[in-house]
Design a protein around this ligand. Structure first.
Ligand SMILES: C[S@@+](CC[C@H](N)C(=O)[O-])C[C@H]1O[C@@H](n2cnc3c(N)ncnc32)[C@H](O)[C@@H]1O
Length: 343
């Protein structure tokens, strides 16, 4: 199966125009202005071979070490190279030699364009299921990103276990991928085109949740979720009722609980993250306005307090007193006239 994929991305697909659906491609117009600006400094050949489905680029990266799983021809690696700065490091991993050949060809010219004296990127030929084999150490990475790749893996559990292993404590997985609203029928899984187009390997959202819990990510958040169109009637007919979503997921290597619990903690955003003077969106349901104290659950308090975001937040309170599940109505306020179970 992996050999079919190598052939698909190494020989069959030569540029984004060769893709048969619009699932594994995203519109560069939807990118934030600062990323569009960086793209003007990246070579056209790299951009033509970009097959990502989102924009998994979180803030607060200066000087950090970033790992891009399935980096392809390196578009996102070079974007991160510019964002982490000369003191940071970016590692791209991909199993397809042809893709890495393109990425490697531009290392020197890109470093020159960015005005760097040292090279801050490295491309490694290898499998995302086994990062040990390419010498990526335990607890060594600040941020892991991936753009439309994990769906392709036949062994997603190994991928997420490896991610958990190599992240530093408090480190973040921030990735975009294709997910499905129902399990893809087994009969479609061996079709190389459906696989290569990120359709037949897409993770069913609830199975993804189960897998994340199993490997240690008890709570993760979505920053974006949009319906992903296929735009190919023949392939749509094969795929049948399966609905697809392009989602961006953020998960931290923290000791979190499986549901939000209330410890009376309050988090206030200082407005100090570059490019986010007025508010910071942790996820699709937490917008922190600058200076406004917000009651948060224990998991959210850890996500903004015990990670690289910590210097940008004031978090008050600890977990010494528990007030029940976050957002639950206290029992004495729940009307119950004694007749029936009340549920
Ligand atoms: C849809 S492309 C995305 C490439 C890149 N992230 C981008 O945005 O352009 C998928 C890439 O993942 C790589 N890939 C797929 N499965 C992989 C695996 N198990 N290990 C390493 N690379 C893999 C392929 O070689 C291909 O370059």
């Amino acid at each position: 199966m992996l050999n079919d994929l190598k052939e698909y991305y190494g020989q069959i697909i030569k540029s984004v125009d060769d893709l048969k659906t619009s699932t594994c491609s995203c519109d560069a117009n939807s990118l934030p202005a600062e990323i569009k600006e960086i793209l003007t400094e990246i070579d056209d050949e790299i951009i033509e071979k970009f097959y990502g489905c989102g924009s998994p680029i979180p803030p607060v990266l200066n000087g950090k070490t970033v790992l891009d799983l399935g980096c392809g021809s390196g578009r996102d690696v070079y974007i991160f190279s510019k964002i982490v700065g000369e003191a940071g490091n970016v590692i791209g991993v991909d199993m397809t030699k042809e893709q890495l050949d393109v990425a490697n060809k531009y290392v020197k010219p890109q470093m020159e364009k960015f005005g760097y004296k040292r090279t801050n990127v490295e491309f490694k030929l290898g499998y995302i299921e086994d990062l040990k084999a390419i010498w990526i150490a335990d607890n060594s990475i600040d941020v892991i990103t991936s753009n439309c790749v994990i769906n392709l893996s036949p062994d997603k559990k190994s991928v997420f276990k490896e991610i958990f292993r190599v992240l530093k404590p408090g480190g973040e997985l921030y990735f975009s991928d294709i997910f499905s609203g129902r399990r893809v029928p087994d009969a479609l899984k061996s079709d190389p085109v459906l696989r290569g187009e990120c359709l037949s390997g897409a993770m069913y959202v609830e199975d993804f949740r189960r897998l994340m819990t199993e490997v240690g990510f008890a709570d993760y958040r979505l920053t974006e979720s949009v319906r992903s169109p296929i735009n190919n009637p023949e392939i749509e007919a094969k795929i049948g009722m399966v609905d697809y979503y392009s989602m961006t997921v953020r998960a931290f290597k923290l000791d979190l609980e499986d549901i939000c619990e209330d410890y009376g903690q309050v988090a206030t955003y200082k407005g100090t993250i570059s490019g986010h003077p007025h508010f910071f969106d942790l996820d699709d349901h937490h917008r922190f306005f600058t200076g406004k104290p917000m009651l948060v659950c224990g998991n959210t308090a850890a996500m903004v307090g015990d990670t690289r975001f910590g210097e940008h937040f004031k978090v008050s309170g600890d977990k010494s007193v528990h007030f029940g599940a976050f957002g639950a109505v206290p029992t004495e306020e729940t009307p119950n006239d004694g007749g029936g179970c009340g549920c």
